[in-house]
Design a protein around this ligand. Structure first.
Ligand SMILES: [Zn+2]
Length: 397
C-alpha cells in the first residue's frame, strides 16, 4: 500500500537538504521517494492514498538515545520499580514506550533493562504484534556489587564475572552493553557521582569483551578520569559526559574532547525534560556551567546525541520537546537541533542506514507537525501524524 504526504516544508534531517514544498512517498513501511511534490507524484501509483497538510512540516521521527522505560518518573522510581513484579513492569514499559511514540519519538535506546523484559517487548514490536517505537536495549547495566543501579541485576566484580555477564547479554539479544562508570544519585547508599566504580583495566575488559561479541558499549560517566579511560578503551557513547573533577568542579579537558571528535565517540548528555526546575535548584552559576559545557563540546565538534533520561525524577516519558528547548536555550540553530535529534543520533547508534533521515530505502519513521520547526522548536509539540515504519501508533494503518 502506498501513501503520499505533501506539505509546505519537508526536512530530510540533513541541514543542507530541505524541500519547500515537499512530498514523501511511502511504500508499505519504507520510504520510496522524497522531493518536491511534482518530483514525487509521478513515481506514485495512481491508487496511492494522499494526505495533504497545508500548514505543516514533514520530518523524520525523533530518536531518544537515553531512556529508562523501567522507571516511572516519580520522585522515587527505584522504590516503584522494586515493588512491581515482572509482568506488571513489562506492561508499564510497553505503555511508556507508546508515550514516546505518540510524542513523535520513533526510536528509543533504553539503558537499563531488568530481567530481559525489554528484549521481549522490542521483539514483539519488531514482529509487528504490537505497535511501538523501535527499541535498542542494553541489558542490566554492569555495576560493582552494591554499586549504582545494582538492583537491575547487572552486578559484576571479578574479570570472570564481567566476561560472563557480557556473554550472557549478547546471548539474550541485547543491542549494546551499558556500564556504570561512576556512581550516581539514584541508589540509596551507593557510590556518588564522582566515585569511579571500575578501574581503567576493568573498563578496557568490559569494552573489549563487548566488542568481541559485536556489541558497542555506552558508559555512564561524570568524571573526566572515567571518560578518559572509556575513550582510551574505545567506548561508543559517553552518557552524561559532564567532565567533572574528583572534587565535583568542572575539569574540561580540551585534548580529550578533541580525541572524542576525531574518533567519532559521541556525547549523550541525557538532559531531563524538567531541566528548568533542576537549573532553578542549582542556581544561575551552576546552570550556566552546564550550558557552557554543552557549548564547549560543540566547539570541539564532539558529536552530541539527543537523550532525556526519561523515567528518572523530573524527566517525563513522551516529552522530547522540553529537552530540545535546552539546545535552543544555549543557542543551537534550529536546523542543527533537528539534525541532532534525527540523523546524528541515528548514525551514532549504528542506525544510519535504517532510520533518522527521510531518504529512499529507509524505514518510514516520520512525523508531521503544524508550523515550522526551523523557526520554533515548539512546533514539534503540534503533531498531526506519527508513522513508525509506515504505521500509526494506534495501529490503524
Ligand atoms: Zn540514565
Amino acid at each position: 500500500m502506498q501513501q503520499i504526504l505533501t506539505a509546505p516544508r519537508l526536512l530530510t534531517g540533513r541541514p543542507d537538504r530541505h524541500f519547500s514544498p515537499g512530498a514523501l512517498l511511502i511504500d508499505g513501511g519504507t520510504i520510496a521517494a522524497v522531493g518536491t511534490p511534482s518530483e514525487v507524484e509521478y513515481q506514485a501509483s495512481p491508487k496511492a492514498d494522499r494526505y495533504d497538510y497545508p500548514n505543516s512540516t514533514i520530518l523524520p521521527g525523533l530518536i531518544n538515545c537515553h531512556v529508562h522505560l523501567a522507571f516511572d518518573a516519580s520522585p522515587d522510581p527505584v522504590g516503584a520499580l522494586r515493588a512491581v513484579p515482572d509482568g506488571e513492569l513489562l506492561e508499564a514499559m510497553h505503555e511508556r514506550a507508546h508515550q514516546h511514540l505518540r510524542a513523535g519519538v520513533t526510536t528509543v535506546r533504553d539503558l537499563g533493562d531488568r530481567g530481559g523484559l525489554l528484549v521481549r517487548l522490542r521483539d514483539a514490536i519488531a514482529r509487528g504484534e504490537t505497535v511501538g517505537p523501535r527499541i535498542l536495549v542494553s541489558g542490566a547495566p554492569l555495576t560493582p556489587r552494591g554499586g549504582h543501579c545494582w538492583f537491575l541485576g547487572g552486578e559484576v566484580d571479578s574479570d570472570a564475572e564481567i566476561r560472563a555477564r557480557v556473554r550472557h547479554d549478547a546471548q539474550v539479544g541485547s543491542d549494546l552493553i551499558k556500564v556504570m562508570g561512576n556512581g550516581g544519585q539514584m541508589t540509596p547508599g551507593g557510590p556518588g557521582m564522582t566515585d569511579a566504580q571500575f578501574t581503567p583495566e576493568q573498563l578496557r575488559l568490559i569494552i573489549s569483551a563487548a566488542r568481541s561479541v559485536g556489541l558497542p558499549t555506552a558508559i555512564h560517566a561524570y568524571t573526566t578520569g572515567t571518560i578518559a579511560a572509556a575513550v582510551a578503551a574505545g567506548v561508543a557513547t559517553v552518557e552524561h559526559c559532564t567532565f567533572l573533577g574528583d572534587d565535583g568542579a568542572a575539569a574540561l579537558d580540551d585534548d580529550l574532547a578533541d580525541r572524542m571528535a576525531a574518533e567519532g565517540i559521541a556525547a549523550s548528555p541525557a538532559l531531563p525534560s524538567g531541566w528548568r526546575r533542576m537549573w532553578d535548584m542549582l542556581g544561575p552559576e551552576r546552570a550556566e556551567a552546564i550550558a557552557d559545557r554543552l557549548r564547549w563540546l560543540r566547539h570541539h565538534e564532539v558529536p552530541l546525541l539527543f537523550g532525556s533520561d526519561a523515567g528518572v525524577p523530573i524527566s517525563q516519558h513522551g516529552d522530547p520537546v522540553s529537552t530540545l528547548e535546552l539546545y535552543e536555550h544555549i543557542g543551537v540553530a534550529h536546523a542543527d537541533i533537528i539534525q541532532l535529534a534525527t540523523t546524528t543520533s541515528a548514525r551514532f547508534l549504528g542506525l544510519g542506514e535504517i532510520t533518522g533521515e527521510l531518504r529512499p530505502g529507509l524505514d518510514a519513521d516520520v512525523v508531521v507537525v503544524d508550523g515550522d520547526p526551523l523557526r520554533d522548536v515548539q512546533s514539534l509539540r503540534h503533531l498531526r501524524r506519527v508513522l513508525r515504519a509506515g504505521r500509526e501508533p494506534d495501529g490503524n494503518s
